[in-house]
Design a binder for this molecule. Structure first.
Ligand code: AMP
Length: 354
């Protein structure tokens, strides 16, 4: 087990807000972060000790990056395989290749989830209009790769035209899944240390709008047996993938109380941002601890919490939010405000109800 002592350097693929908050947590523990991403002045670059601004296919830049870090991780799962493999030949990459490969492809992901006993909505892999004719209906067609926040998704209604939908879809491969009539969406985030120890955060209930997370509430207002089951399933998936880091699992809660896994992410997750202000150890510190080979911290929740994403123009209310008693404002340093763009979030703490 590689343990990186404070003062060491953690390489992060990706320059977004998850990298930014990881770098801030790492700095508190005395680590330096070196961000590798194509965009200058990105949220993570602004707060990191070092940055390489280069394409993920730049072999020279990847080699120099590897030579300057003790361990590497990623803040988004769509880092090209070749880039990760090149760095992994020189330094440990955590949470590991299995996790990355599985979460990069919705078909691989669903097959994996089903193989370890996690139920999903009925689904089928789609490579042609003929495959699409066998899709569950009503349903959703999603790109197998490179989709996020509801992008690359098409609803399949009664009597849909498979040829027209497939042609307009454009992707080479997709998964079509049944539309779930859920009573709630929840997520559980499991941390797994380099020593195999597991710590799971309390379960959040999540509201999405147009496929983008809008709000998380903790504790999730679902029966405690369902919350406990979600935690156990997330821990099972983290173990099966041999994660060293974090694994977030999003679920639908059906009207009959079943949990259907929707998506996994082997990194900090938007639905875990509440932990920054409501837990002894938050998801970012837990991530850093795991990646650096430190013992995991205590994930205990100290208060109830609501997290609201600031999307697009929402961020213009920053002055009022900064003045709101009890609201903890987190902004990502993004200059351009675009509709739906994640600009920041606010955590509101409430007395602990359970
Ligand atoms: P995803 O990109 O798969 O996380 O989907 C984004 C959001 O779209 C989810 O959080 C749900 O709100 C909604 N959604 C995705 N798949 C389904 C489904 N099979 N049934 C109902 N809603 C879905």
């Amino acid at each position: 087990m590689t343990r990186i002592a404070p003062g060491g350097s953690i390489g992060i693929f990706g320059g977004g807000q998850l990298g930014r908050m990881t770098a801030l947590a790492a700095a508190r523990l005395g680590y330096r972060c070196h961000v590798f991403c194509p965009e200058a002045d990105s949220p993570a670059v602004q707060v990191s000790a070092a940055a390489t601004i280069a394409g993920y296919d730049d072999a020279k830049a990847l080699d120099a990056f590897s030579a300057s870090i003790d361990v590497a991780t990623f803040e988004f799962e769509n880092v090209p395989y070749e880039a990760v493999a090149r760095v992994a030949a020189k330094v440990p990459v955590r949470p590991g290749w299995d996790a990355l490969r599985t979460s990069q492809d919705r078909a691989v992901e669903k097959r994996f989830l089903n193989s370890i006993g996690l139920e999903t909505a009925p689904w089928t892999e789609v490579r042609s209009a003929a495959d699409l004719r066998r899709a569950p209906c009503p349903g959703i067609l999603k790109t197998a790769r490179l989709g996020y926040d509801g992008k690359g998704q098409v609803r399949l209604g009664e009597g849909f035209d498979a040829d027209a939908v497939w042609q307009a879809f454009g992707a080479e491969r997709g998964v079509a899944e049944a539309l779930v009539d859920f009573s709630a969406e929840v997520s559980a985030i499991a941390a797994r240390g380099a020593d195999g120890s597991i710590a799971v955060f309390d379960v959040a209930q999540n509201d999405h709008r147009e496929g983008i997370l809008r709000r998380s509430l903790v504790p999730a207002p679902v029966p405690s047996a369902i919350a406990a089951e979600a935690q156990a399933l997330a821990a099972r998936a983290a173990e099966a993938l041999d994660i060293v880091g974090l694994l977030a699992v999003e679920f639908f809660v059906t009207r009959s109380g079943r949990l259907l896994a929707n998506e996994i992410a082997p990194r900090p997750h938007n639905s875990g941002h509440w932990t920054q202000d409501a837990c002894g150890t938050d998801q970012f510190e837990q991530f850093v601890r795991a990646v650096a080979g430190l013992p995991l911290g205590d994930p205990a929740r100290l208060s109830d919490a609501e997290m609201v994403n600031l999307l697009g123009d929402d961020v213009l209310a920053w002055a009022e939010l900064a003045a709101e008693p009890g609201a903890r404002l987190h902004l990502y340093g993004k200059r351009d405000v675009r509709p739906g763009r994640k600009m920041g979030h606010v955590n509101r703490l409430l007395p602990k109800s359970r």
